[in-house]
Write a protein that binds this ligand. Structure first.
Ligand code: UN1
Length: 498
C-alpha cells in the first residue's frame, strides 16, 4: 500500500475534504511510488484561511527577535536532517544528490540569514517638522500570505518566501508544486518540530488550477508570492490586480553565457556545462543560450561537444551520475517539441536531441546542443526548461550584448572575458536582474536579492534585504509630546508668517 500523506490545516493533519488524492512518483524510476497526496479544493483552502487568520492575530504580537530565534532552530534542524532530506528530494524530483544537498543548504543559509533579520527589521526615524514630536516608521505584518512554489528547488524556494513572511509576523498558507509534495511536507514538519505555533503554517496540497486558483481568488488572502511560468504568472497577476492584492512574481528566463575571444576557455567550458545541464536545464537561471565571439567559436564548440556527450545520465542518487531525469513526461514532450522546432528553423543539432535508448523507466533526455541558431528564432527566444543549449556566433561585444538583451525575459546573464572594461560594460549593459563575470548563469547566493527584469518578474526580489519590504507594510507613527495641538504644515516652527 502506498503511504498516504495529508494536508496540515488548523493544526491537524487532514485528508482533502472531497477525499481525493494524487500520486507522486520518482521521475528516474516511474514504478517507484512515493505516496498519495491530497488533491485539495477551494473548500480546503477556505478552512486553511480561517485557521491562518486566527493564528495571525497572535503570531503578529510575538516579538520579531523571538520569531527569528524559531527560524534559527529551523536552520539547525535542516542541517541535522540535510542528508535524508536531500536523498528524498532526489527521489522525488530527480536532480543529482550534490544539487539537492545544495538546495537544502540554501534553505539553511536562508534560515540563518532571516533569523538575524528578526533583530533588525528596521524602520526609520526622522525629525518631525514640529517641536516636541517624534516621527518614525516601523514594519507591520500584512496577514495571511499564500505561497505557491515550483518543483525545481523544492526546499530553497519555499524557504525564500516562507521564512521572511514568518519573521515579519505573517501567517502562511503553503502550496508546494504537485511534483514535490513530499519535500513540502518535510519542511512543514520541521517548522512544527522547531516550535512554530501549529496554525501559523497551513499546508494545502493539490493542483494549481484548483488550490492555487482558490488561494489567488480568496478575499481574505492579501498577499501572493508565486514562482512558476510566465503564462501562469500572467493569470495570477490579472486576478491579483482585480482584487488589489500584493503580488511577487518570479517567472521565466532565457539566460545567456557570452564567451569572448579573450576568455579563459577551460573555465568558460566548465561554466557552460554546469549552467546548461545542471538540474537537467530545469532552472529559471539555466544557461539556454551560448553566445560565442567568432574567433573562438569553432574551437570552443569542439571542446563543448565532447564533454556534453560524455555526461552520464541516470538516477541522481547513484554515484557517477552527472544529469538526472526531467520532472515528468510533459516536460520530456516539451523538450522534444523544441528539438523539432529547432530543426525546422534550420538550426544544426550537434549533440543529443532524443530520449536515450534503454532508459525508458524514467523521464530522461540527452543533453542537447544546437549550433547555427538564429537570433530571433523560437529556439533562441522561448524558455524550454530542459537540457537544450542554443549556440550563436557574434562578431563583437556590441552584438553579443544586443543578442543577450533581445528576449522578453531578463533573469541572469554571464560573460567570460579577461578584459576588465568589457566585464564592467557587461555589468552595465546586460538587461538582467543578475549578471555574472567569469561564472555561469546559475548559482545565486541566498543573501542577495534574486529576481529579474522584463517578463521574468514584476519588480520584486526574493531574498536579500529587499524581501522584507514585500512581506510587511510600512506603518508610520507620530508622537506629539508638546501637550498642545500642533498642526502639521500650518503651525510652522519658525513661525513664518502666512
Ligand atoms: C531557479 O532557477 O528557479 O541561482 C532558482 C540559482 C539558484 C536558484 C535558482 N540559487 O541557480
Amino acid at each position: 500500500m502506498a503511504e498516504l500523506f495529508k494536508n496540515h490545516i488548523d493544526g491537524k493533519w487532514l485528508s482533502a475534504k472531497a477525499g481525493q488524492t494524487f500520486e507522486n512518483r520518482n521521475p528516474a524510476k516511474r514504478d517507484d511510488l512515493i505516496g498519495l497526496f491530497p488533491a485539495s479544493s477551494a473548500q480546503d483552502v477556505d478552512a486553511a484561511v480561517r485557521a491562518a487568520k486566527q493564528a495571525f492575530s497572535t503570531w503578529r504580537l510575538v516579538p520579531a527577535p523571538k520569531r527569528g530565534e524559531l527560524l534559527y532552530r529551523v536552520g539547525e534542524l535542516l542541517r541535522k536532517y540535510k542528508e535524508d532530506i536531500a536523498r528524498g528530494m532526489t527521489r522525488e524530483m530527480g536532480k543529482i544528490l550534490k544539487e539537492t544537498r545544495g538546495d537544502v543548504q540554501e534553505g539553511i543559509d536562508t534560515a540563518f540569514y532571516v533569523a538575524g533579520e528578526g533583530r533588525r527589521l528596521f524602520g526609520e526615524t526622522t525629525p518631525a517638522e514640529l517641536p516636541n514630536k517624534f516621527a518614525m516608521s516601523v514594519r507591520a505584518p500584512i496577514g495571511v500570505c499564500a505561497l505557491v512554489t515550483p518543483w525545481n528547488f523544492p526546499m530553497a524556494i519555499p524557504t525564500w518566501k516562507m521564512f521572511p513572511a514568518l519573521v515579519c509576523g505573517n501567517a502562511v498558507i503553503f502550496k508546494p508544486a504537485e511534483d514535490v509534495p513530499h519535500t513540502g511536507t518535510i519542511l512543514v514538519e520541521i517548522l512544527l518540530e522547531a516550535g512554530l505555533p501549529d496554525e501559523v503554517i497551513q499546508l494545502v496540497h493539490g493542483r494549481g488550477e484548483q488550490v492555487g486558483a482558490a488561494m489567488v481568488e480568496h478575499p481574505a488572502i492579501p498577499l501572493i508570492s508565486f514562482t512558476g511560468s510566465t503564462e501562469t504568472g500572467r493569470i495570477v497577476g490579472e486576478t491579483c490586480g482585480r482584487l488589489h492584492k500584493r503580488l511577487s512574481l518570479e517567472m521565466g528566463g532565457k539566460n545567456a553565457q557570452i564567451v569572448m575571444d579573450d576568455a579563459d576557455l577551460d573555465l568558460a567550458l566548465e561554466g557552460a556545462l554546469w549552467g546548461a545541464f545542471g538540474t537537467t536545464g530545469q532552472r529559471c537561471t539555466a544557461t539556454s543560450r551560448l553566445i560565442i565571439q567568432k574567433k573562438v567559436h569553432d574551437k570552443f564548440l569542439g571542446m563543448l561537444e565532447g564533454r556534453a556527450k560524455a555526461l552520464k545520465l541516470g538516477d541522481g542518487r547513484k554515484k557517477g551520475t552527472d544529469v538526472g531525469p526531467l520532472i515528468n513526461e510533459d516536460a520530456v514532450r516539451k523538450v522534444e517539441t523544441y528539438v523539432d522546432i529547432g530543426q525546422s528553423e534550420g538550426a544544426k543539432l550537434v549533440t543529443g536531441g532524443a530520449r536515450p535508448a534503454k532508459m525508458s523507466g524514467g523521464n530522461f533526455f540527452e543533453p542537447t546542443i544546437f549550433t547555427n541558431v538564429k537570433a530571433g528564432s523560437r529556439l533562441e527566444q522561448e524558455e524550454i526548461f530542459g537540457p537544450v543549449l542554443s549556440v550563436l556566433r557574434v562578431k563583437d561585444a556590441d552584438e553579443a550584448f544586443a543578442v543577450n538583451n533581445d528576449v522578453k525575459y531578463g533573469l541572469s546573464s554571464s560573460i567570460y572575458t579577461r578584459d576588465v572594461n568589457t566585464a564592467f560594460r557587461a555589468l552595465n549593459e546586460l538587461d538582467n536582474g543578475i549578471t555574472y563575470v567569469n561564472a555561469p548563469t546559475i548559482g545565486a547566493e541566498a543573501h542577495l536579492p534574486f529576481g529579474g527584469v522584463k517578463q521574468t518578474g514584476n519588480g520584486h526580489r526574493e531574498g536579500g534585504w529587499e524581501v522584507y519590504e514585500f512581506y510587511s507594510e510600512t506603518k508610520v507613527g507620530y508622537a506629539d509630546f508638546s501637550g498642545t495641538l500642533q498642526r502639521a504644515q500650518i503651525d510652522t516652527y519658525l513661525g513664518t508668517p502666512d
